[in-house]
Write a protein that binds this ligand. Structure first.
Ligand code: B1M
Length: 212
């Protein structure tokens, strides 16, 4: 079986040690990090997502798969970020209050760093005040919010409203993303823009800071 397929299958089995070893092997074989991510780890995670949606697997299984995802992703992270990068701007990112999903948000952070942005990652379950206070005190250009739960989508609006009240000049822009987010939702929430995946988020953030 091909190495990337083995990574995907081991991730689906929740075998984090195997995913760690196979990812290491793929890196040593000089496979491009983006290929290891897209054609190995994310393929496996997508199968998990679908099975979870169809109630074929349950939460403990998903947790194991997420742990296995990180066993691979953590090794890829430095490869996406390495090298001298111009400072394109500062982005504060996090998963909104009430939501503990952080794999997608972390991917966005890694890609932004790889593209030369300074990223302040507030983690998951981040209160609105934290986003806004950090963005203002750090003089960030953009706040990036992630959420995967439909119930926490409105929380993004709280952040955007709070930002508007603390900084009415609109200096800090906002980007939102995650599975339930569409362009329409972003407009409803009052966000400056949205990203449908990590690569798209980088393109959108570049546009927001004027493609410096
Ligand atoms: Co949860 N979960 N989960 N889960 N989980 C979903 C999201 C769900 C869709 C599964 C389902 O039922 N089909 C469902 C939400 C339903 C809904 O709201 N409509 C769900 C549920 C219900 C729950 C719990 C409530 C389950 C429970 O307890 N009964 C619970 C919630 C806990 C909480 O947050 N308060 C829960 C828990 C968990 C785990 C902890 C087990 C685990 C998370 C582990 C972790 O993140 N460290 C987990 C997982 C892994 C998933 C699924 C299976 C996979 C998510 C994932 O990591 N995908 C997910 C199913 C699904 O999404 N279809 C599901 C891979 C990742 C790379 O993709 O995060 O979408 P994603 O990110 C993409 C884009 O969305 C985008 O770019 C990323 C990469 O290209 N993006 C952005 C993301 N953020 C962005 C920000 C941007 C721009 C783009 O700009 C800033």
């Amino acid at each position: 079986m091909e190495l990337l397929e083995q990574i995907s299958i081991s991730l689906q089995k929740g075998d984090h040690q195997k995913v760690y070893d196979l990812t290491k092997e793929a890196i040593n074989n000089n496979l491009p990090p983006k290929e290891i991510l897209d054609d190995g780890l994310l393929v496996g995670m997508n199968v998990i997502s679908e099975k979870f949606r169809m109630h074929e697997i349950f939460l403990p299984h998903v947790l194991l798969a997420a742990k296995a995802m990180y066993a691979g992703l953590d090794q890829l992270k430095p490869l996406f970020i390495e090298g001298e990068m111009p400072n394109r701007g500062k982005v504060v990112i996090g998963t909104v209050h009430g939501d503990l999903h952080d794999i997608g948000k972390n991917l966005v952070g890694i890609m932004l760093k790889g593209a030369g942005f300074e990223v302040i990652d507030l983690g998951k379950n981040v209160p609105a005040e934290n986003f806004v206070e950090t963005a203002i005190s750090e003089e960030a250009d953009v706040i990036g919010m992630s959420t995967l739960l439909t119930t926490t989508v409105p929380v993004m609006k709280n952040v955007i409203e709070l930002l508007k009240s603390k900084q009415p000049n609109g200096k800090v822009k906002t980007i939102i993303g995650g599975a339930p987010i569409t362009g329409e939702v972003a407009m409803e929430m009052g966000a400056t823009t949205y990203g449908y995946d990590a690569a798209n988020a980088v393109e959108r953030v570049k546009q927001l800071v004027g493609d410096r």
